[in-house]
Design a protein around this ligand. Structure first.
Ligand code: GDP
Ligand code: MN
Length: 380
């Protein structure tokens, strides 16, 4: 989950990372009020989840409240890298002496967080890496020791700082590491970390939280789910309440698989034989007969589905459980639509026997089953 700049800054503020005065606005008049509250020249910044807003015109200076209102009005009409702007951050304008890059990333090879820092801030890290790779300081952090002050001091020293500035910078490095660790972040970034007459100030903020850890950050989890509203179709919303991984598509063949890879392969195979999938539905691992039955029922009830193709590789999900689920759904709905099943693996024989005695055929290969589903949908 990628937080917007202002959301990331709220977190950074809690951790004592120095920030300028700022306020969020959802309407131009609110930007005016914010600028009035700040009481000095500001920048108005588009809040979108992508970098490079500056170059795209999403960051505008304003000297007075009316200018801030006007700047916000313009920014709200923009799309930045195809994203609409719903909020702006009005922030006190900094007098920039120098810009530093500071980030903490997951270093998969080293299996730890690594601090990245560069005295060439302002541009993105990929550009710094290609233009002046020697100016990037990489500092892996031992996850057992954590970030100690002497580690952070080393980072600041390697950027060329000494004395009081070294201490200030080192303090920010430690705080950013703490945010990263405690928020279960995949990435944190301050770019630029601005050196001004008043010391260092984080002018921009990035915080990407690992989705698998969202259950430990309930308020973020709620926000994350909210962010899908309006993007999901009614059927997708319904599937979500049933805890099914479901994507609605435009065709007429309902697809149910277990595992995202197998389900995608099933979609591809149907397409290869000239068919069009109506949906992607991944049962996940270890689905019970009840869960499978609900999924089958959910897809069969879809008015646009003409045939259903269930493709299950029995592992933790058992073939006989799959058969029971299908039969249960069929009992409820009646024999209203053709069902094509390909199953193999755990309890395959038992599953096939159950289906055959319920009058449902099975196929040995995915290709064979896909062709059958395509033909049945065409005939329907
Ligand atoms: P990004 O382009 O989306 O990464 O947005 P940033 O927040 O990093 O801003 C891009 C650039 O705009 C910075 O590198 C600064 O040069 C400039 N900028 C951002 N905030 C301020 C500010 O408060 N004062 C001044 N003078 N420049 C700013
Ligand atoms: Mn930036």
């Amino acid at each position: 989950m990628k937080l917007l700049e202002y959301e990331a800054k709220e977190v950074f503020r809690r951790y004592g990372i120095p920030l300028g005065l700022s306020a969020v606005a959802a309407r131009p008049e609110e930007a005016r009020d914010a600028s009035m509250m700040i009481g000095r020249p500001v920048v108005v910044k588009a809040q979108v989840g992508v970098g490079g807003r500056g170059k795209a015109g999403g960051i505008k200076p304003a000297d007075t409240p009316s200018e801030a209102e006007e700047a916000a009005r313009q920014i709200f009409t923009m799309r930045i890298k195809d994203l609409p702007v719903r909020k702006v951050l009005v922030e006190e304008r900094l007098i920039i002496q120098h810009e530093i890059y500071l980030g903490v990333i997951v270093d998969r090879a080293a299996k730890c967080y690594t601090v990245l820092a560069s005295s060439e801030g302002g541009m993105n890290i990929e550009d710094i890496a290609s233009k002046s790779p020697e100016k990037i300081v990489r500092y892996p952090v031992d996850p057992l020791k954590g970030m100690r002050s002497y580690h952070a001091n080393t980072v600041a020293k390697r950027l060329g700082y000494t004395g009081k500035k070294l201490q200030q910078l080192s303090d920010i490095v430690q705080r950013l590491y703490r945010v990263t660790y405690e928020m279960d972040a995949e990435l944190t970034e301050i770019n630029p970390l601005v050196q001004s007459a008043d010391g260092f100030i984080a002018a921009d903020a990035r915080l990407n939280v690992d989705n698998n850890a969202l259950y430990r950050h309930k308020e973020l989890e709620a926000k994350y789910l909210e962010s899908f509203e309006g993007e999901l179709t009614p059927r997708e919303m319904e599937a979500r309440t049933m805890d099914l991984t479901y994507v609605e598509l435009n065709g007429d063949i309902g697809i149910i698989g277990n595992g995202a890879g197998l389900t995608m392969a099933t979609l591809d195979t149907v397409m290869l034989y000239g068919g069009h999938a109506r949906n992607f539905l991944d049962l996940g691992g270890g689905a019970t007969p009840d869960r499978i039955g609900k999924a089958v029922e959910f897809v069969l009830k879809d008015g646009r589905v003409k045939a259903l193709f269930v493709n299950v590789l029995g592992g933790i999900t058992r073939c006989d459980d799959t058969a029971k689920g299908i039969i249960e759904a069929r009992k409820k709905l009646g024999d209203n639509k053709p069902i094509v099943v390909r199953m193999m693996g755990t309890n395959e024989e038992g599953g096939k026997r159950l289906l055959h005695s319920a009058g449902i055929e099975t196929n040995d290969t995915m290709e064979e089953a896909a062709q059958k589903a395509v033909n049945l949908a065409k005939e329907a």
